[in-house]
Design a protein around this ligand. Structure first.
Ligand SMILES: [Zn+2]
Length: 427
């Protein structure tokens, strides 16, 4: 199938909404992951979004939309999928898909079902005859409004990997757990889970290699690490039925080119170290998945047969192809979900907390020094008050002495005056 992907907005005349998240960031995150998944599953994908090169020909929103439709029509795609996220009043939430033709409705319904399965409110399939891209593509088109970029509920629930996977599953009809995805757990979660399941730290070197090399190939390291655990019985904590051990550096039961019995150790490939063994594992899986660049010209994978290209997409497929076992896929899925649900104490949280405590201690010691300064000022004020009170008392007593002296002086003057008046009268 040939699929035209239209990443909504993304030109200066036609910008996306800015909610709690930016619509264009959401569109691009989801679209690029969706494009990778579709290509890995063998679909032909045309990204019809205008490029920098087109910008000189774009002078309006219509120009921006017309280029997308022309590109989809010129490529003769089978279906057109335009990716958007909604924006309204912060309260509205949920997912909806617009269509014009009945074919569009049929293509959109399974996509909407998958998105709604992620927990978003189902706003339904909506016929809309006024949307440019729905009216101007030859192939049936849908316009996906994944969720609302200004809704707290939706943005909390939004995960670009899960949204891309849902749209992918809806478009292709593929069910089950995809192997070609970004990591579905952190490296810390895998390490914490492994610590509980391995006898010692012997998994660490393998985890480092799986983590880096799977991510660079767009393969989920959680699944391949879980597969190594299953195939090696947690590095031979459970003895190997094939009679091999860690000296084979064979993390996934790969046989030699000529193959042989499951219980014949010599039928199993011996690698020179874990790096080589894990590279063979990843290359074998890349071939199974039909990723870009496979089959490889040069690989340590001893069974890199081109007829294996693209025979699987999901973990569930492995139980029918990698090995014939009813329980293989379910054990892998059990390990993967245990890893994904492993709780870890995040270092950054601890660091944030420690910094808070530091800040509080600094504030506390500043406040303490202020309080002790205020106390010492208060006590010096008290001393001053005491001093002034004493001075006032002394002054008061001085004033009263002076008053007494004035009074006796007055009485002396009075007496003397009377004495002289008496003398004058006699004279
Ligand atoms: Zn939009």
């Amino acid at each position: 199938m040939k699929i035209g992907i239209l990443r909504g907005h993304n030109t200066i005349y036609n910008r996306g909404a800015n909610g709690i998240l930016k619509e264009e960031d959401m569109i691009n995150d989801v679209s690029f992951k969706l494009i990778n998944k579709l290509k890995a599953a063998g679909q032909i994908v045309i990204d019809c979004t205008p490029t920098q090169e087109d910008f000189k020909n774009i002078h309006s929103t219509t120009d921006s939309l017309r280029i997308r439709c022309q590109r989809a029509n010129a490529a003769n795609v089978d279906i057109v999928v335009s990716i958007h996220f909604n924006y309204y009043n912060g309260q509205a939430n949920g997912s909806e898909i617009f269509y014009v033709s009945e074919n569009g409705n049929n293509i959109g319904q399974p996509v909407l079902n998958e998105i709604v399965n992620l927990g978003f409110t189902n706003r339904g399939m909506k016929k809309n005859t006024s949307l440019y891209v729905l009216n101007n593509t030859i192939a049936p088109a849908i316009l996906v409004e994944g969720c609302f970029c200004d809704s707290v509920k939706d943005t909390n629930l939004f995960d670009s990997e899960k949204m891309a996977t849902a749209i992918f599953k809806g478009l292709t009809g593929i069910k089950g757990t995809l192997i070609s995805t970004s990591p579905t757990a952190s490296k810390d979660q895998i390490a914490t889970w492994a610590k509980e399941n391995f006898l010692n730290d012997n998994y660490k070197e393998l985890l480092d290699i799986y983590w880096t090399d799977c991510i660079s190939k767009e393969i989920n390291p959680v699944i391949l690490f879980a597969q190594m655990c299953l195939e090696t019985g947690f590095l031979y904590k459970i003895p190997s039925q094939a009679g091999i051990d860690a000296s084979y550096y064979n993390p996934c039961g790969l046989k030699t080119t000529s193959g042989g019995s499951n219980i014949d150790p010599t039928a199993h490939k011996k690698f020179k170290n874990w790096k080589e063994g894990i590279t063979a594992h990843i290359d074998h899986m890349g071939l199974y998945l039909g990723l870009d660049g496979y089959p490889k010209e040069s690989t340590p994978d001893p069974r890199h047969f081109s007829y294996l290209k693209g025979i699987i997409t999901t973990v569930e497929d492995l139980g029918k192809t990698w090995t014939t076992s009813d329980t293989y896929a379910s054990v892998l899925l059990k390990y993967s979900s245990e890893i994904e649900n492993t709780e870890i104490f995040v270092h950054t949280d601890l660091e944030r907390l420690a910094k808070k405590v530091d800040d509080l201690e600094t504030s506390y010691s500043y406040l303490s020094s202020q309080i002790s300064q205020i106390n010492s000022r208060l006590s010096s004020l008290e001393d001053n008050l005491q001093f002034f009170t004493e001075r006032i008392a002394t002054l008061t007593s001085n004033v009263s002495t002076i008053n007494q002296n004035i009074a006796s002086l007055q009485s002396f003057v009075d007496k003397t005056l009377k004495h002289y008046q008496d003398i004058i009268k006699e004279v």
